[in-house]
Design a protein around this ligand. Structure first.
Ligand code: ATP
Ligand code: MG
Length: 714
């Protein structure tokens, strides 16, 4: 049997063999859905389908890369389009930019750029922020965009007071984006969905072009994504989607479970395949997952089973505090490496929020255990990287106002905030980009002579840089650093920013540019580089090559698998998150998130919670997650670790929450001390009987220096 059909079950084979017509693969975690997608692509090519007529859409670049790798092993070097929805839309939009009022060289605003733009739009709209913050307004507008609502539609049907405010800002925000020749992430989908809706000829041309479309993790599509794949599968309804409604975890980004539940209604001739068997996990792990998810009322029940041997019991472990939890995990990893010959890369640690990883890092580092924290966007949010990228953005797209505001006085050149505001107001008034307004500085009322001179200096630097627009990326960045005397500026400001070695990050950016130049010898355009950077997502930095423990959020773990998994801080207000407990739908999504985490584990799983957790330096009693009581506690191994440990000085407060994290909770914030109500009842955690949860003041804990540990197996 050829490689494509080898190692597949009968049901998987049936799905892989299907070529024409719509198909729905509905199956639980670890049942081979992603495997079917890759084998199916290879089979289609073998059956004579032209590879460029196939588009496989994913939610992360990492998933797309994995897919490319696996398809390549079965059908080498085929030009199949594989990538994220956002990348797909970004590319289509480049071709049809002018049809939506943009130019080809449009920029993609990342989350922090969009935030800046939103603040400006809120100001221009004259909307008071007393009752709604720009962030809340941004999220209401984002919701509207994900539901394909135009500003006019939103004005027409406002419901909540927040929406009324948002509806006022929305048209102004959109206009400002157009003036800046820019889009935000939601716009990428929205513009393409609108293009397809409003231009029947273009739609059928693209429908023909992308004759075969495959979507993995279809349960996470929102209305805009749904509209796009639907529009591309009308004349050629060869749309195959795979998904698991129990793993839908992006409701907060507008994902709509109905897209998968109604698929059979949308395509009455659909071939539905169900994959029954799990190939990933042990029965112990699957029973824990199954018992938990049964508590969701809005779901179609399905059984999870496997032929694997029972394996180890799932562990539920209670620690005194977050530091002890981190130590306990690090010790367990060391033990398994020493006693059982495991490797660091066999382990993954999942948490609800990135902010919870600090003590873990400390514990792993102090034991010299190599680890990686998956936070791909973080690098590009560093001050020095954002500065340099902003210059590049402005060279690529002179209308990029957010970039202009960032660089006009960076490095410092005596252009104050007041001057920038005047330029901005002049630009707003004349509906022109700020760079153009700056060029007309002598027309701007109220600008001091000195300010006009300084602006002139900036324009000169800019024009010199812009001439370099066609050089290699490496040359451009090096020239930029020299021309703006950026290194000297960094040295001067590094101390205030408490940044140890920011120039090394600049070097890393140059390395990335060199690599990009190398990979794109012909079309190594600035625009393509900036697009790639803008579409970096959280999981992109996963390095599967080196042997390291992986730490990531539960959201980022989707689709992945590891032999041994720890899920930390399974505590009330964290999981479920305090902001996701208002409605049953949100609560059920939190449960699905834990379900996703549990089902990543192949052979061994530990969930843990603490009695106390230090949040922003403030130690509070913690209530275990209500989800723990829903697990098969009788067959699980429950461990309570007690004892004191060294109290080390953690700088919880220094955690920078300001960087956006596009693949994480939109308003993710480290829970503040008010997260856990003072009056919250102290209840015994699931499976534990405890008399009291002590509330030692910090000084007392600090005094308790004996690292004596005792583990009681209950
Ligand atoms: P998730 O819902 O978590 O994304 P999935 O349904 O996409 O899971 P895969 O990742 O495709 O599942 O497969 C899970 C694991 O099982 C992988 O390691 C895969 O290689 C393995 N696997 C799948 N099918 C088979 C099979 N027929 N024989 C052996 N191994 C298989
Ligand atoms: Mg999968």
């Amino acid at each position: 049997m050829d490689a494509i059909f080898k190692n597949l079950t009968e049901a998987q084979r049936e799905a892989v063999a299907h070529v024409d017509g719509p198909m729905l693969i509905l199956a639980g975690p670890g049942s081979g859905k992603t495997r079917v997608v890759t084998h199916r692509i290879a089979n289609m090519i073998q059956q004579g389908v032209q590879p460029w007529q196939i588009a496989a859409l994913t939610f992360t670049n990492k998933a797309a890369d994995e897919m490319r790798l696996r398809v390549n092993a079965l059908a080498p070097n085929q030009p199949v389009w594989m990538g994220t929805f956002h990348r797909f839309c970004a590319q289509q939009l480049r071709r049809y930019a002018t049809m939506v009022g943009l130019q080809e060289n449009y920029s993609i605003y990342d989350t922090s750029d969009s935030k800046q733009a939103m603040k400006r739009a809120v100001l221009a709209a004259g909307v008071s922020t007393t009752h709604a913050s720009p962030d809340q307004i941004a999220s209401a507008i984002s919701d509207a965009k994900n539901r394909l609502m135009t500003p006019e539609m939103m004005l027409g049907q406002t419901l909540r007071p927040l929406d009324t405010l948002a509806a006022k800002v929305y048209p102004i925000y959109q206009q400002q984006l157009l003036t800046a020749n820019a889009v935000d992430f939601d716009d990428l989908l929205l513009h393409v969905a609108n293009l397809l809706r409003e231009n029947p000829e273009l739609r059928s041309e693209m429908d023909r072009k992308f004759k075969y479309i495959l979507v993995d993790e279809y349960q996470d599509t929102n209305l805009a994504q749904y509209a796009i794949v639907r529009a591309l599968s009308i004349d050629q309804p060869n749309l195959a989607v795979t998904g698991d409604p129990d793993q839908s975890i992006y409701g907060w980004r507008g994902a709509d479970l109905n897209n998968i539940l109604d698929f059979e209604k949308d395509y009455p001739s659909v071939k539905t395949v169900r994959l029954e068997k799990n190939y990933r996990s042990t029965p112990n792990i699957l029973r824990a997952a199954d018992q938990l998810i049964r508590h969701n009322r809005r779901r179609k029940a399905k059984d999870l089973f496997t032929d694997h041997p029972e394996g180890d019991a799932v562990i539920l472990r209670m620690f005194e505090d977050g530091y002890q939890e981190a130590d306990g995990i690090a010790d367990e990893i060391i033990r398994a490496i020493t006693d059982e010959g495991m490797k660091p890369s066999d382990f993954a640690i999942f948490c609800r929020m990135n902010a919870l990883t600090r003590s873990l890092e400390h514990a792993l580092r102090s034991r010299s255990l190599p680890y990686q924290i998956i936070n791909g966007v973080e690098f590009y949010q560093r001050r020095e990287i954002k500065d340099l990228l902003a210059y590049l953005h402005l060279i690529n797209n002179p209308s990029h106002d957010v970039a202009l505001m960032r660089v006009i006085n960076t490095p410092t050149r005596g252009i104050g905030n007041r001057t920038v505001e005047r330029i901005r107001d002049f630009a707003d008034y004349n509906a022109i980009p700020m760079l153009e307004a700056a060029r007309r500085a002598n027309e701007i009322e109220g600008l001091a002579k000195r300010a006009i001179t300084m602006i002139g200096k900036f324009i000169k630097i800019y024009d010199r840089l812009a001439i370099k627009a066609n050089s290699s990326l490496e040359d451009m960045i090096r020239y930029l650093v020299t021309e703006t005397e950026y290194e000297a500026y960094l040295e001067k400001t590094a101390v205030e920013q408490q940044d140890a070695n920011p120039m090394s990050n600049v070097d890393e950016l140059i390395t990335a540019a060199v690599e990009f130049d190398r990979q794109h010898p012909d079309d190594g355009s600035l625009e393509a580089f900036l697009e790639q950077v803008a579409l970096v997502s959280d999981t992109d930095s996963i390095d599967g090559e080196t042997d390291r423990v992986t730490i990531m959020t539960l959201h980022a773990s989707k689709g992945l698998e590891y032999p041994r998994v720890f899920i930390i801080a399974v505590e009330d207000d964290l999981l479920p998150h305090k902001r996701s407990k208002e409605t049953d739908a949100q609560f059920e999504e939190e449960r699905r998130l834990l379900f996703v985490g549990i089902t990543r584990a192949k052979e061994w799983l530990q969930m843990s919670c603490c009695k106390r957790r230090a949040i922003r330096g403030d130690t509070r009693p913690v209530i275990p997650s209500p989800f723990l009581n829903e697990l098969p506690l009788d067959e699980m191994k429950r461990i309570e670790s007690t004892g004191n440990r060294d109290w080390f000085d953690e700088e919880e407060d220094s955690y920078d929450q300001s960087y956006p994290d596009s693949w994480d909770l939109p308003d993710e914030g480290e829970p503040t001390s008010d997260t856990i109500a003072e009056s919250a009842p102290i209840v015994a955690p699931a499976g534990f009987e405890i008399d009291e949860i002590s509330q030692l003041p910090q000084e007392e804990l600090a005094a308790a220096v004996k690292p004596k540990k005792k583990n009681n197996v209950i």
